[in-house]
Write a protein that binds this ligand. Sequence first.
Ligand code: ADE
Ligand code: ZN
Length: 338
Amino acid sequence: MTTLADFIQGLPKIELHLHIEGTLEPELLFKLAERNNIQLKYDSVDELKQAYKFSNLQEFLDLYYEGANVLREEQDFYDLTWAYLLKCKDEHVVRTEIFFDPQTHTDRGILFATVINGINRALQDGREKLAISSELILCFLRHLDEQSAFNTLKEALDYKDLIVGVGLDSSEKGNPPSKFERVFAKAREEGFLTVAHAGEEGPAANVKDSIDLLKVFRIDHGIAAINDEFLIADLVQKQIPLTVCPLSNLALKAVNNLKDHPLKKLMDHGVLVTINSDDPAYFGGYMNENFRASAEALNLSKADLCQLVRNAVMASLLPEQEKERHYHAIEQYCCENA
Ligand code: ADE
Ligand code: ZN
C-alpha cells in the first residue's frame, strides 16, 4: 500500500502556472546577492524567510519584485531556471510551461536578451539532460501601462522561436483585461497564444473579459468563477482550462482555509481544472506539496488526482501525439497504483 504522498510523488505531472522569478529560493537569493555585490535588507536567510508572510497579492508582489533585483547576469537566470528544473526532476514533473516577467528586469536596465538567453539555455539543458519538456510564456505586468507592454512585445518579436505565448500578471485589482486588449490583439496577430491571470483577487468578470477581449486559451487562477454559474457553464462548454494554485491562494488569503478552496467544486461542475505551484519559493510548496495539501484538505481521491493530471495534459500546449504518450503513462501509473 502506497501512501497518498508516495502516490503523488510518482504521478507524472505537468505544471502550467509557474513564474520562474517565483522559484528564487532564499538561499539562492543570498548567493546571487553576494556574487553581484548587492546589499540586502536582510541579514540572513532566516530573517528573509520570516518576511514571507502576506495578507494579499500586493504584499507578496512587493517582496517578489525586490527579490528579483539580485538577478543581473545571464548566468543568474540560468542558475535560477536550472534549480527549478532539478526540483521538477525530483518531483516527477515531466513537462512545464513557465512564465517570465521581462519588464521586472528591463525596467532595471537588464537586457531582454540577458533574461531570455539565460532561461532558454537552462530549458534546453533540461530537455537534453533531464528529459523535461518545456515552453516559455512572456507575461506583461498589468500594473504598468499599455505602452510598456507594447515595447516589451516588440522586443519579444526577435525571440518568437523561444516564446510560445503571452500572459498577464501582477496586480489584478484596478488593472482589468480591457487595459491590454490592443496589445493582446497585436500579440495574436504576431502568432502568440494568449493566457491571463484573472479571478485571483479580482471578480469573475475579469475571467469573462479575459476570454472575450483577450481571447485566452487558458485562465490562470480563475477561482472567482465559482461565484458565477453562467461563467462556469461557459468554461465547461468551451473547455477553457483553469491553472489553479492552491497554496498560493492560501498564502495570499484568496481563501482563508484550504478546506474552503473551490477547486473540487469547480472540478465537479466539469471545469478543466489543473493544480500548479505559481511561486513555490514564496508559498511553501512545489507541485507535490500543492497536490498533497489539496488532497488532504479537499478529500481528493486517487481518481481525482489522476483526473487532475489528465486535465493538465489536455490543457497543455503539447502536440497531439505527445499528449497521447502522456495520457498513456498516466493511465498505466493510475491502474498500477489504484
Ligand atoms: N506574479 C507572480 N505571481 C503572481 C500571482 N500569483 N498573481 C499575479 N501576478 C503574479
Ligand atoms: Zn501566477
